[in-house]
Design a protein around this ligand. Sequence first.
Ligand SMILES: NC(=O)c1ccc[n+]([C@@H]2O[C@H](COP(=O)([O-])OP(=O)(O)OC[C@H]3O[C@@H](n4cnc5c(N)ncnc54)[C@H](OP(=O)(O)O)[C@@H]3O)[C@@H](O)[C@H]2O)c1
Ligand SMILES: CC(C)=CCC[C@@H](C)[C@H]1CC[C@H]2C3=C(CC[C@]12C)[C@@]1(C)CC[C@H](O)C(C)(C)[C@@H]1CC3
Length: 607
Amino acid sequence: MGLCGQAGRHSSAGTELGSTKMPTVKYQRGDMVMGRWPGSSLYYEVKVLHFDAKSQLYTVIYKDGTELELKEQDIKSAAARTTRPSCTAAAVAAAAITESASPSRRDAKLKDSFEVRLIPPEQTKASENNGNKKHEKKEDNEPANKVNEKSEPEKNQSRYNLRRRKDDGDGKAEAKAEQLEEKEAKMAAAAAPPSVSLDFGGKLGAYFWLLFLPAWVLFLVLKVNQEDPSLANFPPLWPLLESFWDAKALGFVVLWILFQVLLYILPVGKLSEGMPLRSGERLKYRTNGFFAMVVSCVAVAAAVQQGADLTYIHSHFLQLAVSSFLISVLLSSYLYVRSGRAAAEQLALGGSSGNVAYDFFKGRELNPRIKYFDLKFFCEMRPGLIGWCLINFALALAEMKRQGLEAPSHAMILVNLFQLLYVADGLWNEEAILTTMDLMHDGFGFMLAFGDLVWVPFTYTLQAYYLVSRPTPLSPPALAAIVTLKLVGFYIFRKSNSEKNAFRRNPSDPQLSHLKTIPTATGRSLLVSGWWGVVRHPNYLGDLLMALAWSLPCGFSHLLPWYYMIYFIILLVHRDSRDMSECRRKYGSAWDEYCRTVPYRIIPRVY
Ligand SMILES: NC(=O)c1ccc[n+]([C@@H]2O[C@H](COP(=O)([O-])OP(=O)(O)OC[C@H]3O[C@@H](n4cnc5c(N)ncnc54)[C@H](OP(=O)(O)O)[C@@H]3O)[C@@H](O)[C@H]2O)c1
Ligand SMILES: CC(C)=CCC[C@@H](C)[C@H]1CC[C@H]2C3=C(CC[C@]12C)[C@@]1(C)CC[C@H](O)C(C)(C)[C@@H]1CC3
C-alpha cells in the first residue's frame, strides 16, 4: 500500500470541472482509476466522483453503481491495472473475502481498513445528478454512512460470501454482521428516492382498471348464473336494476366485517414485526388469523345448528357482491382522503403520481393504520379470505339442496378442501405475508381493497358456484391424480415461501446455512440455491399447480371454472415482471448475476 502521498498537500487552487469546483488533487472527478477493494489487495476499475478535502477521501463508483469512499493510498492510476477491471462490486467483494479466508489474515486486513463507506445504488444516481454538493452534505448528515463507517469490517465479512455459509466458523460474527446488515438495509431504504415509474398502464390504465374490474366481476357473477355458461351464450341476461340492491345483504357483509374486526383486535396470538420501513421503524402486527378462522368456523357451525340457512349466500350472491363493492369504494375513498395527510415517508414508492385516478386506484399510503389497527393487513388476510371459505361452504350446502344430495359431490368436496387448505395455510403462516410485495411495497387503495373484499370472495369461489348446478362425476384415478397434483403444488408453495421468509427474517438461521447466497450492495443477500435456485419464483410455480388442481374437478365442459387458472397465470406473470424490475432497481448487478445463475422465472426450462 502507501502508493501515493497525502492528497492534502496538492490541494489549493481548485480545478473547474463542469459546474463544480474540485481541489487540485491527484485524481480528478471523472477519472477512471483502480480502487482497492476493502479488506483485499485486489484493485478494480472505478470512476472518481468526488474528493473531500476535509476527510481526504475520494468517492468512487464501481460499475454496478456501488459507491465507496477510499483513501488516496487505496487508489492507483488505471495504467497500473492488474486485475478484473470490469468486475462488479459484489463479485469483487466475493473474491476479496474468499481471498482472505484465513482468519488471521482476514482480521489483519479488516483492521487495516478503511475510511470507506458503502453507499447504496439508490443514492448513487441522486448523488451523480447532484454532483459534489450532495456528497459534501451526505458525509456529515447521512446516518447510513455513519453506521457503515463503524461496521465495515464485519459487513464485508458476512455480506460478500458465495461459499456455503456453514463453513464460517461458529457463526457469531455472521450473526452480528447480519444484524448490521439489517440496520444498513433500513438506512438504505430510508434514503431511497421515490420511484416515478407507473404500473398498470399508468394514469390511463388506472381509469381502465377502475371501470373494468367491477364490470368483470359482474360479468362473471351473471355468467355463472346462466344455465348454459358457454362463451357463445353472450351477453348474459341483464337483471332488473332493483335486484342489485338488498339492504339485508349489506347488513350481513357489514356484520361479517365487524365480526372479523373484533377477532383481529382481541389480544390473542402473537405480535409479529413487519419488515423495516424506510424510516427504519418496524410495525407490529397481531397475527392471530388462524385463531380468527377457527372461531369463525365454530360460529358458522353454531349458526347452521341454530337453523341459519347459508344457501342465502348462493341465492343473493349478486347482492352480496354489490354490497362488498360499495364497502370497498367507501374504504378506498377514505384511504385516498387520509393519504393527503400522511407524511412523505409513509407513502408507498410511486404511490404519489399526482393523478387522482391513479393514486386512488394504486393507493398512496403504505400502511394506513387507525391506532394499532392495520387496515391493509386486516383486509388482505381476514374478511375476504375467511369469507371465501364461508362462501364455498354455503355453496356446498346449496349444491346438496339443488341436486337433492345427502352429501356434497366429490368435486365439490375437493374444491372446498383444497381452497380451505390454502386459506388455512395462509393464516397459519400469516407472518409470512409481511415479506410479500403487497405488504412491503404497494400502497393501500382501490386495487387491494376491491381485490381483498370483492375479487377474492366473489371470483375465487366460481368453481364451487359452478358445481352447484352442474354435476361433474370424477373417476377414482382422476380423483387420485388431482389430489396428488394439489399436494405437490402445496409442498412447493409452502417450502419455498417458508424458506424465503425464514431467510429474510434471520439470514443466519442455522437451518439455512447450507444455502448459497449472492451478496448485494444493499446489505441483503439473495438465495441462489435451494428452492430459489431452481427458478426465480418457485412459490408461483407451486401456486399455479394448486390452481390447476382447483379447476380440474370441474371438468372441461366450460371455460368458466378455468377462469381462475387463466387469471392467475396473467396475474403471476405480471407480478413476476413487476418484481423483477423492482429487484433490478434494488439490487443492481447482483440481481443480474442472480438472473444469470437462475435463468428461468417460474417453470424450469420453460419460462
Ligand atoms: N392466490 C392469489 O391470488 C395470489 C396472488 C398473488 C400472489 N400469491 C402468492 O403470494 C405469495 C407471495 O407472492 P409475492 O408476489 O408477494 O412475491 P414473493 O415471491 O413472496 O416476494 C418477492 C420478493 O422476494 C424477495 N426475493 C426474490 N428473490 C429472492 C431470492 N432469490 N432470495 C431472497 N429473497 C428473494 C424479493 O424481496 P426482498 O429482497 O425485498 O425481500 C422480492 O421482491 C406467493 O406464494 C404467491 O404465489 C397468491
Ligand atoms: C383486483 C385485482 C385484479 C388484484 C388484486 C390482487 C389481490 C386480490 C391479490 C394480490 C396478492 C394476493 C395474495 C393473496 C390473496 C389475493 C391477493 C390479495 C393471499 C393472501 C392468499 C392466501 C395465500 O396463502 C397468501 C400467500 C397469503 C396470498 C398472498 C397474496
